[in-house]
Ligand binder design. Structure first.
Ligand code: CP
Length: 308
């Protein structure tokens, strides 16, 4: 495997062979965890989690991952309010200081580009755990790992990406990874005001990836191998009125879920609001809770790669 220094964007991952090695490592982590056979390759190492935006899955799974590998954690779970950022300290100064205490830093920040800026000055690995409406590369790694586990392949898939494609950073990170595999077709389903930004559409076009844009689930969802649903990101809207106009535009209920192919999977990075009804959780196509669990093992594999 090529050695990564920082993990800022999923565009860094250009080699499907590297991803396969990461998947194998994650799978080994899962087996060892189930059989209580994990070793402590990161004993004595420390991960700092600096979260300037809310999180459940990403922060907890990073911290669990580090501890399961024998390492320790320093955490600031509401860094916007509870770190010296409130006194006016810049993210650069914060990272300079924290890198003296920790061997790697996972940052979630409300500004796009914050993790990249941190990486420019950090002597220790920076992991982008979500930067505003930018990217969330470790979620995307968990996502394609989940697709591979559930469907057994990543090539030749038809993937429907549904919801807030404008603000959904998990989508922005997932697209470059999907582009690594031949024969992938992507359906982009969103309301007009939440279309995928031109940057990402140009990226797909440059790579010759077949993609279609639309608004209606009907006629598309039935052909999908993967239906990846996203939350409309209330926190990115300037007015409540604008959010209310689109918040429930897609709702996957039992009837919609059953229109998918029997072997298709339904994914969601979570948290969900109304976009997948709880009744879908028992559907054999529902993969979103497995996706969240897989993120633990992919983050273990990634931390081991960066720090062992
Ligand atoms: N998927 C994801 O990033 O979830 P959290 O916001 O809970 O970390």
């Amino acid at each position: 495997m090529e050695k990564l220094k920082h993990v800022i964007s999923s565009r860094q991952f250009k080699d499907p062979g590297f991803l396969l090695s990461l998947f194998e490592s994650a799978h080994q982590m899962e087996r060892d965890d189930v059989f209580h056979a994990l070793t402590d390759p990161l004993r004595g190492r420390i991960l700092a989690t600096l979260f300037f935006e809310p999180s459940t899955r990403t922060r907890f799974s990073f911290e669990a991952a580090m501890q399961k590998l024998g390492g320790g954690v320093l955490t600031s779970e509401n860094a916007k309010a509870n770190s010296s950022a409130t006194k006016g300290e810049t993210i650069s100064d914060t990272v300079r200081i924290v890198s003296g205490y920790a061997d790697a830093i996972a940052i979630r920040h409300y500004e796009q580009g914050a993790a990249e800026a941190a990486a420019r000055i950090s002597p220790v690995p920076i992991i982008n755990a979500g930067d505003g409406v930018g990217e969330h590369p470790t979620q995307a790694l968990a996502d394609i790992y989940t697709i591979k586990k559930e469907l057994g392949r990543l090539s030749g898939l038809r993937v429907a990406l549904v919801g807030d494609l404008l603000n959904g950073r998990t989508i922005h990170s997932l697209l470059p990874l999907l582009c690594l595999y031949p024969g992938v077709t992507i359906d982009l389903l969103s309301p007009a005001q939440l279309r995928l930004p031109p940057l990402y559409r140009e990226f797909l076009a440059e790579r010759g990836v077949a993609f279609h844009e639309g608004e209606r689930l009907e006629g598309v969802i039935e052909q999908a191998d993967v239906a990846y649903i996203t939350r409309v990101q209330s926190e990115r809207f300037v007015s409540r009125q604008e959010y209310d106009a689109v918040k429930d535009v897609y709702i996957i209920d039992a009837e919609t879920a059953n229109r998918l192919k029997p072997e298709a999977i339904i994914m969601h990075p979570l948290p969900r609001v109304n976009e997948i009804s709880p009744e879908v959780d028992a559907n054999t196509r529902a993969a979103y809770f497995k996706q969240a669990k897989n993120s633990l093992y992919i983050r273990m594999a990634l931390l081991k790669h960066l720090l062992a």
